[in-house]
Design a protein around this ligand. Structure first.
Ligand SMILES: *Cc1c(COP(=O)(O)O)cnc(C)c1O
Length: 388
């Protein structure tokens, strides 16, 4: 049971609406894989994954086996793509729970082959997706090593090359040479794969930005189409209501609204006099009589400490500046200009209140990070409540 007044509200309506909008943009010839890794970017994968599955998502994307197993419990039918390879001790569970690993290291194939043999998996029964490193130099097989890896997909093998994917390093830079070059390398590798007589059912690439940029999405659709495969697109951030920041995204992207609101309440108030200080290391000193409100939320909940003396929260529709250092479990805000602020008042860290709003972008700008990190940082101690 949660009684501490700190919580995150997850709008089911917005999440479902976003999934539909992204499917519409992707079009009938492409599939949308809903990324729910990292606890659905802090939105609670156990609650969001079934909502997305019920909205029609046939594919869900997670990082690792642990995430996949917890999503499998609540989404028995979904296809689950496990995007960070296979590690020792994981391959049997991958097969038994019908998970679809992304592979690129010979080790991944060794582990899966050994597990398939032990379980007695029939030929071609274990679907895997092969990632190609087309230029991000992070994960994926490099083109020089591709042929050697493809030797492992003989017809008698338990493994079936069901998908081929890559990831772009700068998808949010419109008309980026980088993306163009990566797409070209992807095509070269897809040709090598076709020449070996392998025909993946899905070809996929990129992220939210890739889905929202007409040119890249259309280029990928044609690449998949000419190879008799379906295109799959893999949005994460856009599902949760944040559009990558660049112009040139699809018009429908303006309809996306933050899915998560993060809220707390005032639990204490005091007025300090000129010269008095507030918080650790006395980084705030009052010049005038100052009314301070205490919020039961801190960096242990994921409120970035860079917001100390920097950020604000919404109380009664107005911005109340954070004063002093954000503590582990507590934060002080200035409510001098918000007459009537009282114990029990709702304070919005991310979200909307009486026509004002704070987004994860606002916090990420102040904390010099990205909205992904702001959302992922919201702690496990903060209960996620599904709203309409
Ligand atoms: C996280 C991730 C995505 C989604 O990225 P967004 O920028 O959140 O849309 C897509 N593909 C891969 C491989 C990822 O790891």
């Amino acid at each position: 049971m949660y009684t501490r007044p700190v919580w995150a509200e997850i709008s089911k309506t917005r999440l479902v609406e976003h999934y539909r909008i992204l499917c519409d943009i992707a079009g009938p010839s492409a599939d949308v894989l809903a990324i729910v890794k990292a606890n659905a970017y802090g939105h609670d994968a156990l609650q969001c994954a079934p909502i997305l599955a019920a909205a029609g998502a046939k594919w869900l994307g997670v990082t690792c086996l642990e995430e996949a197993l917890s999503v499998r419990k609540v989404c028995p039918q979904a296809r689950i793509l496990v995007m960070s390879g296979v590690w020792h001790g994981e391959a049997e569970a991958m097969i038994e729970h019908r998970l679809t690993p992304v592979v690129w290291e010979p080790l991944h194939l060794d582990l899966l082959h050994a597990a398939a043999e032990k379980i007695g998996s029939p030929a071609q029964s274990v679907a895997v997706h092969l990632e190609i490193d087309t230029g991000m130099s992070r994960q994926g097989v490099r083109s020089e090593q591709l042929s050697l890896l493809l030797d492992r997909f003989a017809t008698a093998s338990a493994l079936r090359l069901e998908g081929v994917m890559t990831h772009f390093h700068s998808p949010e830079i419109l008309d980026s040479d980088g993306t163009q070059r990566q797409i070209e390398r992807f095509v070269t590798c897809l040709d090598i794969i076709s020449a070996r007589g392998l025909q993946p059912a899905w070809i996929h690439a990129g992220n939210s930005a890739t889905l929202l940029v007409d040119r890249d999405r259309k280029a990928l659709a044609s690449i998949a189409g000419t190879r008799g495969a379906r295109l799959m697109l893999r949005p994460g951030l856009a599902l949760y209501g944040y559009v990558p920041r660049f112009s040139g995204t699809h018009d429908a992207a303006t309809e996306l609204q933050p899915v998560l609101a993060w809220k707390t309440r005032i639990i204490s108030l005091r007025t300090i006099q000129p010269g008095e200080v507030a918080g650790y290391s006395a980084t705030f000193q009052a010049v005038d009589p100052t009314r301070l409100a205490l919020l039961p939320v801190g960096y242990a909940d994921g409120l970035n400490r860079q917001l100390s003396n920097h950020g604000s929260v919404l109380i009664r529709g107005q911005h109340a500046p954070i004063v002093g250092r954000v503590s582990m479990d507590l934060t002080i805000v200035d409510v001098t200009d918000i007459p009537g602020a009282t114990i029990g008042d709702e304070a919005v860290l991310i979200g909307e209140q009486d026509g004002s709003r704070i987004t994860a972008y606002d916090l990420s700008d102040l904390a010099q990070t990205i909205p992904y990190e702001v959302l992922c940082a919201i702690g496990v101690r903060v209960p996620r409540v599904i709203t309409g």
